[in-house]
Design a protein around this ligand. Structure first.
Ligand SMILES: Cc1ncc(COP(=O)(O)O)c(C=O)c1O
Length: 393
């Protein structure tokens, strides 16, 4: 065993020493940080030159346990040795455990799960279920909303720059201004929204507005889909944003940090809808595979047993006290209102050893740190924000 572990390490070292850039082969579609990260531990990552960063970008809002959590790594390695993969054609008690854990932590009406591999897929599934259940074609979505890059999810995504490359068929989508309560016709299957529009600059829903949307859906016989790809799993201090905002959803979608750094998409489904699903209505080869379920189970286990949702609240309290700039958002999903273009600030932050993100609002910087981020990191970030604040814009 020792020998295999050593060979694996040697192979990984060899493959990590590739001199050419991935963009020499990969489609060059991503804008990037000017760093190449190769190692992580807890809330910190290191680049190939050995420079350390506090990861306030959280590996793209994914690494909720921090990087390379020892139990997460051990469970995945053990599962990889026991059974690598079989699809849903085989029953799996590991999958049953993963689904049970998800249902137990979900709001009471959401008793069923569909497992996939990404946020876009989780949303596609929710949109399909809503259309099937209601027999109606139209989806109401919100200006500023982002739901993914597959054609169905893209059709309810607002920002034209994401849709321009291959315009989806959004003839059935009606976009409504953020904060508005639309009058819903009897052709509306569902209303879909993110309770916090992260990419749009952490625009945060008002609780009363969400309740009014729920009532509008109930009046029209439409369903409410909460896209919780960024807000779920304790990041707001509660299991779901639905708990934080105290609003009932018919479908909740999640992905990103559901299983730490392992790709998992989750669609949580109200019992009434679930009872109508038949064999063949939906499927995914990889969804709910053994490694995915092991990663999901260990991630949720660590979140729960270490009470990490509480840390999300503490991170928010600390940063609100430390930041001289106004903050938007909730818990460990925060937008810093710089009031000036974020580009130079992101560069300064990187130089000082902090990763953070931009957004579609050019003046709002995004913070989505792991929930294991220690107070020393938030204090240090607060000091850099103070320096930025004191500089002339
Ligand atoms: C709110 C929201 N929904 C959906 C998605 C799409 O997720 P994925 O990239 O996993 O398909 C994202 C990705 O950033 C997101 O932020």
């Amino acid at each position: 065993m020792l020998e295999i572990t050593q060979t694996a390490a040697d192979l990984l070292d060899q493959w990590s020493a590739e001199p050419r850039a991935d963009t020499d082969w990969q489609l060059d579609v991503y804008s990037r940080f000017p760093v190449s990260l190769c190692r992580g531990e807890g809330a910190r990552v290191w680049d190939v030159d050995g420079k350390a960063y506090w990861d306030f970008y959280g590996g793209h809002a994914v690494s909720i346990l921090g990087h390379c959590h020892p139990l997460w790594a051990a469970v995945l390695a053990e599962q990889a040795r026991r059974f690598d993969f079989y699809s849903n054609v085989s029953a799996s008690s590991l999958r049953a455990s993963a689904c049970r854990v998800l249902v137990e932590m979900a709001p009471a009406n959401l008793r069923r799960v569909f497992l996939s591999n990404s946020g876009a897929e989780a949303n596609e599934v929710a949109l399909k279920l809503a259309r099937h259940h209601t027999g109606r074609p139209r989806i109401v979505a919100f200006e500023g909303g982002f739901h993914g890059r597959t054609l169905g999810a893209l059709a309810v995504t607002w920002e034209p720059k994401y849709r321009a490359y291959a315009p989806p068929d959004y003839g059935h989508t009606r976009f409504v201004p953020w904060g508005e309560v639309p009058v819903l016709g009897d052709d509306v299957a569902a209303v879909i929204l993110e309770p916090i529009q992260s990419l749009a600059g952490m625009r945060t829903a008002e609780r009363a507005w969400l309740h009014a949307l729920r009532e509008a859906c109930d009046r029209a016989g439409a369903l409410l889909i909460l896209d919780e790809v960024q807000t779920a799993w304790g990041r707001l201090g509660t299991n779901f944003a639905a708990d934080y905002f105290e609003v009932r959803a018919d479908l909740i979608t999640g992905a990103k940090s559901a299983a730490g750094g392992f790709p998992v998409g989750v669609t949580l489904v109200d019992d009434a809808l679930a009872s109508k699903a038949k064999h063949g209505d939906q499927g995914s080869t990889f969804g709910g595979g053994p490694l995915a379920c092991a990663a999901l189970l260990v991630t949720q286990h660590v979140l729960r047993t270490q009470g990490l949702a509480r840390r999300a609240q503490e991170i928010e309290v600390d940063l609100r006290a430390l930041s001289p700039f106004p903050l938007r958002g909730v818990g460990a999903l925060l937008g810093v209102e710089l009031g000036r273009p974020v580009g130079p600030a992101l560069t300064q932050l990187r130089a000082a050893g902090f990763l953070a993100g931009g957004s579609d609002d050019p003046t709002v910087l995004r913070l989505m740190p792991p929930l294991v981020t220690p107070p020393e990191a938030t204090r240090a970030l607060g000091a850099v924000l103070r320096t930025l604040y004191e500089q002339q814009p």
